[in-house]
Design a protein around this ligand. Structure first.
Ligand code: CA
Length: 230
């Protein structure tokens, strides 16, 4: 089987090597570049299946590259996994908002890198299925029926507010993806009261409680937002 093509954008040689080595070992075809300009050139010419993108790059940085890829119809749907340094936590939120799908904070273990890359590649196929947003969804022991706004856990119906339901549906539809608070607000807007980042935290806390044994899958990504674990 022809393995997927991954474009790695990283200017630090040792990290570039580490990423390349571990992805290539999994059988992926890997192309490495060290700048944003080169990344855009390769991405447009070859349309990789995944871009692993360092945030801090000389010249056009990761955020700019991300924005540019998303703005171009040919590259708009390529999953992007950002690499960030600890000090760039606030940039993670920006990155997610300009279209990155996930991020990995340095230093990371090769095992986690490979797992995240695999998950991001899987999502390319599930994203296509996402059009069926009205479909019944089962994640872990949670069954979500969007049409009826109904949720059951191990067969038992649970009672959620409309906002809690929308948050759960949003996150559970894309297990493993990080969502910033603003992305959550954007997705659940249209309520007759304003949603603030703080109130997202409150809804999540309530939701986690109501999910009982399944609440553990709803995790906080510190300084960034929330993720429904795979
Ligand atoms: Ca860098």
């Amino acid at each position: 089987m022809l393995k997927e093509h991954i474009l790695v954008v990283e200017d630090e040689d040792d990290i570039q090597e580490l990423v390349e080595y571990n992805l290539a070992r999994e059988g992926y075809r890997v192309t490495c570049v060290g700048s944003g300009e080169e990344a855009l050139k390769v991405a447009r010419a070859q349309i990789p299946d995944l871009v692993v993108l360092d945030l801090m790059l000389p010249g056009r940085d990761g955020l700019e590259v991300c924005k540019t890829l998303r703005a171009d119809e040919r590259t708009a749907r390529i999953p992007i996994l950002m690499l960030t340094a600890k000090s760039e936590e606030s940039d993670v939120v920006l990155g997610l908002e300009v279209g990155a799908d996930d991020y990995l904070a340095k230093p990371f273990s090769p095992r986690v890198l490979v797992a995240r890359a695999k998950a991001a590649l899987r999502r390319t196929t599930t994203a296509v299925a996402e059009k069926g947003a009205g479909q019944t969804l089962k994640v872990h022991e949670i069954v979500i029926e969007p049409g009826r706004h109904a949720v059951r856990i191990e067969g038992e119906p649970i009672d959620l507010t409309l906002t809690e339901f929308r948050i759960l549906h949003l996150l559970a539809r894309r297990p493993g993806w990080v969502h910033s608070r603003d992305q959550i607000i954007e997705a659940i807007r249209g309520e007759d009261y304003p949603v603030t980042p703080r109130s997202v935290d409150v809804h999540i806390a309530g939701l986690r409680k109501k999910l009982g044994s399944q609440g553990k899958y709803l995790t906080t990504v510190r300084g960034v937002g929330y993720r429904f674990e795979e």
